[in-house]
Design a protein around this ligand. Structure first.
Ligand code: PHE
Length: 449
C-alpha cells in the first residue's frame, strides 16, 4: 500500500490489480480447499455444489459489492463505517458482531492451518505413508497428540507478525506470485485424480446433477459456505474496501474476486472426490479430516509425490495466511480506529486471545474427548450462521437505511457507466434479504418445533 493524498492518513492499494489480488488472497484459503470439499461430502455431493454456485452468484457477489462500497465510502473499520454512515444508531452493532465473529473464526482457522503446516513438515521429512491405512493412522495419531497446539501457535505467531508490520508489501507480493502457482499445482492434482482407477464414481458424486438431496439445511450450509469462502458478512471486505481508491471499479473487482474464489474451490473438489472414491474405506462424510486423509493418497501415487505434496501444503498454508491476516486485520483495525490502540499491541493481544479460544478446537479432534466436536460447532456458529446473519444485516443496511441510491452514487464515482445499478439494488433490497431470512427462519423453526 502507498499513502495517497486523497485518502488522508489511511493507506490505499497500489493499483486495481493489487487490490483484487489482496481481496482474492483474503477470499481464497482454507474455505476453498478444506471447507468446500468437506461440506460437499457431508451434504451429499452435487446438489450442494449447484446450490453453492447459485449462492455465490446471487447473494455473494451483490453482498461483496455492498461491503466494498460501504468501506470505500466510509473509509473506516467496520464499526466506524456504520457509525459514519448512520450516526447515533444501533447499526454499529453489525460492525461489533463482525469483529467478534472475526476473532472466533480466527481461533479455529489457525488450528486447521496448523494441520497443513504439520503436513508440510512431515511430507518433507517422512513422506506421506505407503498405504491408505498408514495414512489414516498417521493423521489420527497426530490429532490424538498435543502437537496440534504447537502448530496452531506457529501459525498464529506468523499471522500476528505480518499484521503487526502493517498490511503493506507482504500480502500484495505473496498473492501476486503464489496464487497462480497454487492454481497450477491444483490443476496437476486434478489431472492425476481424474485418471485414477474408479475416478468416475467421484466425478459422478461431485458433478452429476442430483436435486433429490437438496433440503433447507443444505441451502443454509451452502449459503454459509458462500459467505465464508468470499470473506463476507463480518466486515473483512468493508475493511479492505476502506483502502480502495476512488479510481477502482468496485463491481468488476467483486466479480473477479468471486470468480477466482469459485474456480479454486471447484478445482479442489475435482482433485478430492475422484481420488476419494478410488481409495477403499474412505467416506465422503469424513468431516474436517477429509482432505488430509484423501490427498496423501494422490501424493503417494505420483512421481515426485513428496516434493509435490510438500509444495502443495506450503501453498495452502500461505493461502490460509493471507486469509487469516484479513480476519485478524478486522479486529485490529477496530481496536486502532475506535479504541486508539497501537497496531503492535492490538495484533499481539488479539492473537493471544484467538490462540486461547482455539485451544479446545485444537485438542477436541482426538486428544481431549471432552472438547470433541467443538471445532465443527464454532465453525457452524461463527463461520456460517453469524456470517449469514451479518450478510442479511448488511443488505438491510444498504437497501433500507443508507439507501441504494447513495451506494450506487459511490460505485459510479469510479464507474459512471455502471449500468447494473437497478438490478443490484433489487438484489440487495429485496431478493438477498428475503432469501436469507427465509432460510434462517425455516432453520430456526426446525430447531424449535
Ligand atoms: N475466505 C477465507 C477462506 O475461504 C476465510 C475468511 C472468512 C477470511 C471470513 C476472512 C473473513 O479461507
Amino acid at each position: 500500500m502507498t499513502h495517497s493524498a486523497s485518502v488522508g492518513t489511511r493507506g490505499s492499494w497500489g493499483s486495481k490489480l493489487t487490490f483484487v489480488l489482496a481481496a482474492a488472497g483474503s477470499a481464497i484459503g482454507l474455505g476453498n480447499i478444506w471447507g468446500f470439499p468437506m461440506l460437499v461430502g457431508l451434504y451429499g455431493g452435487s446438489g450442494f455444489v449447484l446450490v453453492y454456485l447459485i449462492c455465490v452468484l446471487l447473494l455473494g457477489v451483490p453482498v461483496m459489492i455492498a461491503e466494498l462500497t460501504i468501506g470505500r465510502s466510509a473509509r473506516s473499520d467496520p464499526v466506524g463505517a456504520f457509525k459514519k454512515l448512520a450516526p447515533q444508531s444501533r447499526w454499529r452493532f453489525v460492525g461489533v458482531l463482525g469483529v467478534v465473529t472475526g476473532l472466533l473464526i480466527l481461533s479455529y482457522y489457525s488450528v486447521i492451518a496448523g494441520w497443513t503446516l504439520r503436513y508440510m513438515v512431515t511430507t518433507l521429512t517422512e513422506g506421506v505413508g505407503d498405504s491408505p491405512a498408514e495414512i489414516q493412522t498417521a493423521f489420527t495419531g497426530f490429532l490424538a497428540s498435543p502437537w496440534p497446539l504447537v502448530f496452531h501457535a506457529v501459525f498464529m505467531a506468523i499471522t500476528v507478525w505480518v499484521v503487526m508490520g502493517g498490511v503493506e508489501g507482504g500480502i500484495e507480493r505473496s498473492t501476486k506470485i503464489l496464487m497462480p502457482f497454487l492454481l497450477l499445482i491444483l490443476l496437476l492434482l486434478v489431472l492425476r485424480s481424474v485418471t485414477l482407477e474408479g475416478a468416475w464414481r467421484g466425478i459422478d458424486f461431485y458433478l452429476r446433477p442430483d436435486l433429490s438431496k437438496i433440503s433447507f439445511s443444505v441451502v443454509l450450509a451452502a449459503m454459509g459456505q458462500a459467505f465464508f469462502s468470499l470473506s463476507l458478512g463480518m466486515g473483512a471486505m468493508i475493511t479492505y474496501g476502506s483502502y480502495l481508491s476512488e479510481k477502482e471499479d468496485i463491481a468488476s473487482s467483486a466479480l473477479y474476486v468471486s470468480l477466482s474464489d469459485l474456480l479454486v474451490a471447484f478445482l479442489a473438489g475435482l482433485a478430492i472426490f475422484p481420488a476419494l472414491f478410488s481409495v477403499p474405506g474412505l467416506r465422503p462424510d469424513e468431516g474436517p479430516a477429509l482432505i488430509f486423509l484423501v490427498l496423501p493418497n494422490i501424493f503417494h501415487a505420483i512421481p515426485f509425490g513428496q516434493l509435490f505434496g510438500t509444495t502443495f501444503y506450503l501453498l495452502v498454508a500461505i493461502a490460509a495466511l493471507t486469509s487469516a491476516i484479513s480476519l485478524l486485520e478486522v479486529v485490529v483495525a477496530y481496536l486502532i480506529d475506535q479504541r486508539g490502540w497501537s497496531r503492535r499491541r492490538a495484533a499481539l493481544v488479539v492473537g493471544v486471545l484467538a490462540y486461547l479460544l482455539g485451544v479446545p478446537s485444537a485438542l477436541g479432534e482426538g486428544y481431549v474427548p471432552f472438547f470433541s466436536g467443538f471445532l465443527s460447532r464454532v465453525d457452524f456458529l461463527f463461520g456460517k450462521l453469524s456470517l449469514v446473519i451479518g450478510g442479511l444485516l448488511i443488505c438491510l443496511f444498504v437497501g433500507w437505511r443508507w439507501g441504494t441510491a447513495s451506494a450506487v452514487a459511490e460505485i459510479q464515482r469510479s464507474n459512471p457507466g455502471f449500468r447494473l445499478g437497478k438490478a443490484w439494488s433489487f438484489l440487495v433490497k429485496y431478493l438477498c434479504p428475503f432469501a436469507i431470512a427465509a432460510i434462517l427462519i425455516h432453520q430456526l423453526a426446525d430447531l424449535l418445533l
